[in-house]
Design a protein around this ligand. Structure first.
Ligand SMILES: Cc1cc2nc3c(=O)[nH]c(=O)nc-3n(C[C@H](O)[C@H](O)[C@H](O)COP(=O)(O)O)c2cc1C
Length: 195
């Protein structure tokens, strides 16, 4: 089975990439294949609703979106992590979300994949739950199955993330819950396999 992680931070090796690494390490330890996609390394233009994907055509933009769509389509589980920016996700992550519209318009390709969310901010109550809600909205609109951390809404941390022992526990718990559900629903291997 295959778990894809997306970090929405424009900053390399920051708090979000650290926490996503911890979440993916859980999946890897449990025998899942993993791939990470860092917005800090990707070139993603905005969706302009040109309508090509509604007509069954591929997206005409030439950037890293095709790579992201391919990975998401092959995934069984998807972990999305973002810094909190003004109480929401980053613009970079929102651009990624919008560019996944072909997967919805061309056959609801993320339907029933399992997803969980992680958010990290500078303040303890800086809008992490709101950022997570935005990530969950994207997942629900793709027909995905959303899990939290067995207690609340997902991985919620404060920077510096490596010092946030309680926050890191919620990230690990969310990743474990995602893996638990995948093991229960796809006991023999990949449910999706990129089909
Ligand atoms: C434009 C901007 C807006 C931010 N807004 C918030 C916010 O609303 N709440 C919060 O707790 N932190 C906010 N922060 C702080 C970041 O969430 C925090 O620094 C986070 O750890 C960055 O993650 P990174 O290290 O992965 O880039 C903001 C930072 C920036 C640059």
């Amino acid at each position: 089975m295959f778990v894809v992680g997306i970090s929405g931070s424009p900053r390399k090796a920051g708090n979000t990439e650290f926490l996503l690494g911890e979440a993916l390490a859980v999946s890897k330890e449990r025998g899942f294949e993993v791939e990470r996609l860092n917005c800090s390394e990707l070139k993603i233009d905005f969706c302009t609703d040109c309508g090509d994907c509604s007509k069954g055509r591929p997206c005409p933009k030439e950037d890293d979106a095709a790579r992201i769509l391919e990975a998401l389509q092959s995934a069984d589980g998807i972990i999305v992590a973002s810094p909190v920016y003004f109480g929401s996700v980053t613009a970079q992550l929102k651009a990624v979300f919008d560019r996944t519209i072909p997967l919805r318009r061309q056959g609801l390709k993320l339907k029933e994949k399992v997803g969980c969310a992680v958010a990290v901010g500078a303040s303890r109550n800086g809008g992490q739950e709101r950022a997570i809600e935005t990530i969950h909205n994207w997942m629900h609109i793709h027909g995905m199955i959303v899990v939290g951390d067995n207690s609340h809404f997902g991985g919620i941390a404060v920077r510096p993330a490596y010092e946030d022992r309680i926050g890191r526990k919620t990230v690990v718990a969310s990743a474990n819950k995602l893996c638990d559900l995948l093991e229960r629903t796809c006991p023999k291997g990949s449910c999706w396999g990129g089909d």
